[in-house]
Design a protein around this ligand. Structure first.
Ligand SMILES: [Zn+2]
Length: 296
């Protein structure tokens, strides 16, 4: 990684507290350990998340979900070694079916302009070179995840334009925008095969068999080696104790197998304003070329 621009800055935009620890977390921890300034921006407070860990399913926790999730986020942030801020929107919840109306005032019901303004302001203040977000399907189709993609694309395109969002600070143009591509069928098939070939039970068989066999809409352009930070990723995810069952699905595949079989986190380069050649193994590839040279 280049050190010609010091410090490099990476912004990851997420929908809820805990998303940062399950999507791109090892990548963020790796860059932070190398001196990159990393900021997680969390659009909502996760107020409508249910308790997904049976051991935390207690009335006193359910009553204080907003505060509990704030404290969990603070712990995860510390573990990853990054900075974090909330944008203050209210969680839309995951509707049971697509006809169920979303709750009034929630993040996903905001106009694009209203929903994007605080992120544009955050981009202009933090001045990231690279932004990570979800693809246009949200990675999975939660309304807040889809909205997170829309505001991220809007902020990437508008933050450098002085005529747009003029109240939101001095213009700053980020150089690269990536979509998180962590949930690929290929990856889970590889982990499944590695586990079964070692005589272990695999939790993925059913899941993989239900996965539609169609080409991915976005190709993986960038694989960031980050296996040394998988353990950090898992600790950060476990810090979101109400959202993750430590005995559940996510922790069944041993880290050693993951490190061997799939030692990267994967991304799609959605926008690049610098010269770079794909495939890449560094989110900042090409960014150093934009640095002003010291001699003339
Ligand atoms: Zn989420």
């Amino acid at each position: 990684m280049s050190a010609e621009i010091a410090p490099l800055r990476l912004m990851a935009v997420h929908a809820h507290p805990d998303d940062e620890s399950s999507k791109g977390a090892a990548t963020m921890a790796r860059y932070a350990s190398e001196g990159v300034d990393v900021l997680v921006v969390t659009c909502t407070g996760g107020e409508r998340g249910s308790i997904l860990n049976p051991k935390m399913d207690r009335p006193d926790i359910l009553e204080n979900m907003g505060e509990v999730r704030r404290l969990e986020m603070e712990r995860a942030r510390e573990i990853l070694g990054v900075r974090q801020r909330f944008l203050g929107f209210v969680d839309s919840g995951l509707p049971e079916d697509e006809n169920e109306p979303l709750p009034e005032g929630c993040f996903a019901l905001q106009s694009l302009e209203v929903a994007s303004a605080p992120l544009v302001a955050a981009v202009r203040e933090f001045r990231p070179h690279v932004i990570l977000t979800y693809d246009d399907n949200g990675g999975y189709p939660h309304p807040d995840h889809i909205m997170t993609n829309r505001v991220s694309v809007e902020a990437f395109d508008a933050a450098g334009d002085p005529d747009r969002y003029p109240e939101a600070g001095e213009p700053w143009q980020p150089l690269k925008l990536y979509y998180q591509m962590g949930f690929s069928k290929n990856k889970f098939e590889a982990l499944h095969e590695a586990m079964t070939s070692r005589g272990m039970g695999s939790p993925y068989a059913d899941w993989i068999s239900r996965w539609e066999d169609r080409p991915e809409k976005w190709d993986v352009t960038t694989r960031v080696p980050c296996a040394d930070f998988f353990e950090t990723r898992d600790r950060a995810l476990l810090a979101h104790a109400t959202q993750v069952d430590p005995d559940g699905f996510w922790f069944v595949c041993p880290i050693e197998i993951q490190m061997e079989v799939w030692p990267t986190e994967d991304f799609h380069l959605a926008r690049a304003l610098v010269d770079t050649t794909v495939p890449e193994d560094d989110l900042f590839a090409g960014v150093h070329a934009e640095a002003p040279t010291a001699c003339s």
